[in-house]
Ligand binder design. Structure first.
Ligand SMILES: [Zn+2]
Ligand SMILES: [Zn+2]
Length: 250
């Protein structure tokens, strides 16, 4: 695996991804977007950890703290964000290894993933050691999440969608008013999540994407766990695994 860990590449990525005004929300005429997002690529896997906050109040959440807690906290300080909770899409090491440390330092609740990922939580420390990065140990979610649940960021409400396939307990967060989703490793620009890990299931993953995410609409922009953002519409047109044409061919 190529590591893009140099200071140069890191600052380039920060400039590219951390510009909070990138997110204008769904309503182009709205004077102020309700939510802002800073993306902080962490760990040797360059996982898109995100800091999401309510513009009006500065109340926020960290989604998928895989590592580099100091960097996450520095971003929050720079943007004037008060972190009130930690949200987890799934318990793979690059998404969740620093959850316990972040909770210890902030004393805020952990919400997610779905309880199907308990076995991945149990494996966190071991996997982190395998890949050579830090992990204080497993974490204990204050709240498991599932279909029909919502989570709050300030006074903003995000839908929770259980999307098994990459892991059994993977969840996705969607803020409908902004047409914005955080999808972890369910779908990427031009690709989908791996299903060859323990508990992975390819048909479940395709079903999750086609039947649970795409109905939210082509205009939803999503931030995946790795790589650039895309929209559900662009992936329905061109994603080789889940486009309308790809599904028809089967
Ligand atoms: Zn993953
Ligand atoms: Zn990942």
């Amino acid at each position: 695996m190529a590591l893009r860990d140099s200071e140069e590449s890191r600052s380039r990525q920060d400039r590219l991804l951390c510009h909070p005004t990138f997110w204008h929300g769904g309503d182009m005429n709205a004077p102020i977007a309700p939510l802002r997002v800073a993306v902080i690529p962490v760990t040797p896997f360059q996982q898109n950890c995100s800091l999401v906050w309510e513009t009006a109040t500065g109340r926020g959440a960290v989604v998928d703290p895989g590592g580099e807690v100091d960097r996450i906290l520095a971003t929050a300080e720079r943007e004037g964000v008060r972190i009130e909770r930690i949200l987890i899409t799934h318990a793979h090491v690059d998404h969740a290894a620093a959850t316990a440390e972040l909770q210890r330092r902030l004393g805020v609740p952990i919400e997610g993933p779905h309880e199907g990922d308990q076995f991945w939580i149990d494996l966190l420390k071991q996997s982190a050691e395998q890949y050579g990065f830090g992990c204080e140990g497993p974490f204990k979610p204050d709240r498991w999440l599932g279909d029909g649940d919502t989570v709050s960021i300030g006074d903003q409400t995000l839908d929770v969608i259980h999307c098994p396939g990459h892991t059994p307990g993977h969840v996705v967060f969607i803020h409908k008013p902004s047409r914005f989703a955080i999808v972890g490793d369910v779908i990427f620009q031009g690709s989908i999540g791996r299903t060859d890990f323990p508990g992975g299931n390819h048909p479940d993953l395709i079903h999750s994407i086609r039947n649970k995410l795409f109905p939210y609409g082509d205009d939803v922009t999503f931030l995946p766990g790795h790589g650039p953002t895309s929209t559900f519409g662009a992936e329905r047109r061109a994603n080789p695994y889940v486009s309308d044409a790809a599904v028809k061919r089967r």
